[in-house]
Write a protein that binds this ligand. Sequence first.
Ligand code: DMJ
Length: 555
Amino acid sequence: SPPAAAEPRHASPAAPRRLREKLRTAARMAGPPAHTAPGSRQQVQGGERRAEPATGDPPARETRAPFRFDYERFHRSLRHPVRGRRAGEDPETRSRRMKIKEMMKFAWDNYKQYALGKNELRPLTKNGHIGNMFGGLRGATVVDALDTLYIMELEEEFQEAKKWVEKSFDLNVNGEASLFEVNIRYVGGLLAAYYLTGEEVFKSKALELGEKLLPAFNTPTGIPRGVINLSSGMSWSWGWASAGSSILAEFGTLHLEFLHLSELSGNPVFAEKASTPQCLVMNIRKVLNRVEKPQGLYPNFLSPVTGNWVQHHVSIGGLGDSFYEYLIKSWLMSDKKDSEAKKMYDDALEAIEKHLVKKSAGGLTYIAEWRAGFLDHKMGHLACFSGGMIALGAEHAREERKQRYMDLAAEITNTCHESYERSDTKLGPEAFRFDAGTEAMATRLSERYYILRPEVVESYMYMWRLTHDPKYRQWGWEVVKALEKHCRVEAGFSGIRDVYTTTPTHDNMQQSFFLAETLKYLYLLFCEDDVLSLDDWVFNTEAHPLPINHTNFKA
Ligand code: DMJ
């Protein structure tokens, strides 16, 4: 949702400055080997260096080696080539994949022609859109598209995007940004581009931007606020969020990227297990583990001041969604070592299954929302990612739950497919309901739109990879045809305002996540499993691939 009047404002310049100093120290440590000056000794502690008075002792060499991320070693540790080996595919699969590649090229070419450097393309008016989510940052579509272009072997287009990042991507901006959106799209996009290509520019931009996000964590609990000024470091809560609260899906969707920022910089500040007021992502879990959860469920609004829930609304769709996703993916990304994340995920899913999973009269399984004890029999398009997530976690569940969770994942994905199937355009609405005789259809005018969202095809992609049931490719191909028919316009792809009419009005917006996610997941659906293999990668919530930590890549 767009920020309304953002309040309350919150700023404490001192702590951010301390954090920035820590990071600068780490950046120095990441530089070439340094030796201590004669007559002095340096102490390395918790990422900080302090000079001690000269003792007259002989010059001591520094004991801690300067940090360098060993890209070559990381690359060698991958179990599959990132773009796969291209073995054993049938001509139809190949031609469908090529069609999706053509769609990506069309989306990119039009963005480049009419909106390069703006955040999104307006394909009807053929101009750019900037918006107010990214705090003055530009080029959201460039950064979101980088890894998709690379994976699809659109080499020339990838070079165009890279050149823009090198020459024009300015991080010295002064504006109010969504911590969540900047993290998942920009930090995630840059990290993925670095891991895929080894190009230093992506790493350095990711680290620089990550540093600018840190002051948002300067709250009494360490739960970050949702909005941050990228220049001053002032942060505050969204004006629309109850009583200055932070949003579960926002502060719960930082972990994957922040662990990689720590990994690449050698600086634990992004993820450190601290009990100071500046504690960062690991601390978020501590707060969540401390607070009592109604029936084991996680409400969507938490006070960053008290660490208590502010309102009892629970949803696996908007406001809650990617918090759950990042728990299971944190565990997978840690090479199954992060048992805290796994336990939190298992417990949360158990509570969701017990209290929110329902079956309609017509036999469709869905996940309802919960409002202080009452169920709202509605599923948002956003909640449709959960089929893929539950499938991803199923094989690692306790023995007696494995099949049950796999069935649940398939049933939810089927319900989301029904929400597409029951529309005239074969694209799904923003939200669909199961009440008053309605099943898997929007009942409100305001919920009939489709803005090129990825969640349904995301679940098709996971379900395909994990079951190889051909229906998922078939369903994905239906989406391709519907996008071509209803969303493709002269200069790009556009969202539509009503999925229940075959002559829909376009919303004149080519969302950056269409290039980052929708087209990437569709493409992967028609690839062999070794392209961005799930053995090597987890996808962040914007579909940017981040590597599973098979080994320690410190040089
Ligand atoms: C994307 O930015 C991400 O998938 C996010 O988690 C939810 N919303 C959009 C796509 O619908």
